[in-house]
Design a protein around this ligand. Sequence first.
Ligand code: ZN
Ligand code: ZN
Length: 282
Amino acid sequence: MNLCYRHPDRPAYVQCQRCSRPVCPECQVQAPVGVHCPECVEEARRRRPAQRTQFGTPVGSGRPTVTYTVIALCVVMYLLQLASPRLGLGLDVTGALAYAPAYTSDWFPSFEPWRMLTATVLHSPSSAMHILFNMMALLFVGRVIEPAVGAARYVAVLLLSAFGGSVAVLFLTDPLTPTVGASGAVFGLFGALFILSRASGAETGGIVALVAVNMVVSFLVPNISWQGHLGGLVAGALCALVIARAPRGKSRRLWQWAGITGIALVLIALTAVGSTMVAFPV
Ligand SMILES: [Zn+2]
Ligand SMILES: [Zn+2]
């Protein structure tokens, strides 16, 4: 009588179709024909090429971890914004991290360019609608885009959309008016969703309507930064364009990251140019 090669004390009535070793009932893995042993199954799994999405990223768990993390970060920062003036420690989170063009200009005493990014995880402390809308949009769109392009490229799209939003604020907004909000990143995701949907031949009418409605709202409602929305939209769409259009093949990732780096450098250059153009308010 045969004994299982993994459990020498158990009888084996069948053998692995690949390696012919006897396996006990517990060690049998049902195959299309006959059974396989656990080692052959593992071996086959390793040899199979990793499944990739249309945009060249390995198919992962599908859980949008980055999206959840960004939402958690924004909520924590929002609570800090609400709490900091009440703590009486002289700490003002909104004042310390919000962005206004003056912070990247020659004549302003404090040169604090990081505010171009830190402002994008803050929200208007006077209106819960601002953060509520942005987080809902981030959740709905991020859930689609993050698994499609992979976490790393998704982070790049978010960061450059946020940065692009602040660059537009630098060129188009009053130098001393502070801006906060993840709207630039959210509009970047809208732009990216449009480009990626087109690239995969999906229906884009709904996205165009969504962006159009939101764009009109941002022009009409006072205290909403349409400049940031516009900049984010363009930057996010450009990132998605290089991700979707990079030549297929072995160096696809390289092209995608080269394109993303190029967009980042253009935004840095625009910031340098814009910072010399901010007019001193009289
Ligand atoms: Zn086997
Ligand atoms: Zn066994």
